[in-house]
Design a protein around this ligand. Structure first.
Ligand code: HEC
Length: 199
């Protein structure tokens, strides 16, 4: 290190530390517009009599945009179709990043029927509860980010179609990271929905 640089260092440290917290400093704007197809049901994964139900589920998954969150890369516009519905390592903040430097972050889980990393070992009722009531396998916390409130009015018939469809797709082994509690720096990138400034 040259002498001049050496003298600069203490000043950089002093002013560097005193720099005001800029909540949007680490954020970058995204143009994440991707049209996502839901994966096709696996041949032979459902009884022929259930075909209509499974197809209805596929249609609903596309319509309700499940893959936008539950697919790797979809949140920043680079969806990996081979990991369709197998979860995302890009997280979503669930507390306000303008208030706290390190918001809580959840990673949309794998909803393919892989028994270990997906929902393959869940009962129909557990899957239905997650979609319609926001009750998941997340300790005492209700699902905070997934817009289940918007799905709460879904008919029993459509809910059963969603469950049948999710059971019919290829199980993909893909473990998603554990949620990061507020106050801890998330080790991976995340997005934040709905930043709103009133003036
Ligand atoms: C805006 C993003 C988003 C959308 C859209 C979304 N989800 Fe989710 N979903 C999540 C997140 C995040 C979680 C984890 C919940 C948490 O930890 O708070 C989750 C959890 C789940 C779970 C529980 C699985 C588990 O391992 O916890 C199921 C099942 C599920 N979602 C299915 C669906 C279906 C089906 C749709 C479409 C009808 C959908 N989701 C749409 C983000 C989303």
């Amino acid at each position: 290190m040259k002498k001049g640089q050496f003298l600069l260092l203490p000043w950089l440290l002093i002013f560097g530390c005193a720099a005001p917290y800029d909540p949007l400093g680490d954020y970058e704007a995204l143009d994440a517009t991707t049209i996502l197809d839901a994966p096709k049901p696996e041949p032979g994964s459902y009884a022929p009599a259930n075909r209509g139900q499974v197809e209805r589920g596929e249609y609903l998954v596309e319509l309700l945009g499940c893959g936008v969150c539950h697919t790797e890369g979809a949140l920043n516009g680079n969806a990996l179709t081979e990991l369709s519905l197998a979860g995302s390592k890009i997280g979503i903040a669930y507390t306000n990043p303008l208030e706290h430097r390190y918001p809580g972050v959840v990673y949309p889980p794998n909803i393919t029927p892989d028994a270990e990393t997906g929902i393959g070992s869940w009962s129909d009722q557990q899957i239905a509860d997650a979609i319609r009531s926001g009750i998941g396998d997340h300790g005492d916390r209700t699902i905070s980010v997934m817009p289940w409130q918007g799905y709460a009015g879904i008919s029993d018939e459509d809910l059963a179609a969603l469950v049948s469809y999710l059971r019919s797709i290829k199980p993909v082994r893909n473990r998603t990271p554990d949620a990061v509690p507020p106050g801890t720096q998330a080790p991976r990138p995340y997005v934040h929905f709905g930043i709103y400034r009133s003036r």
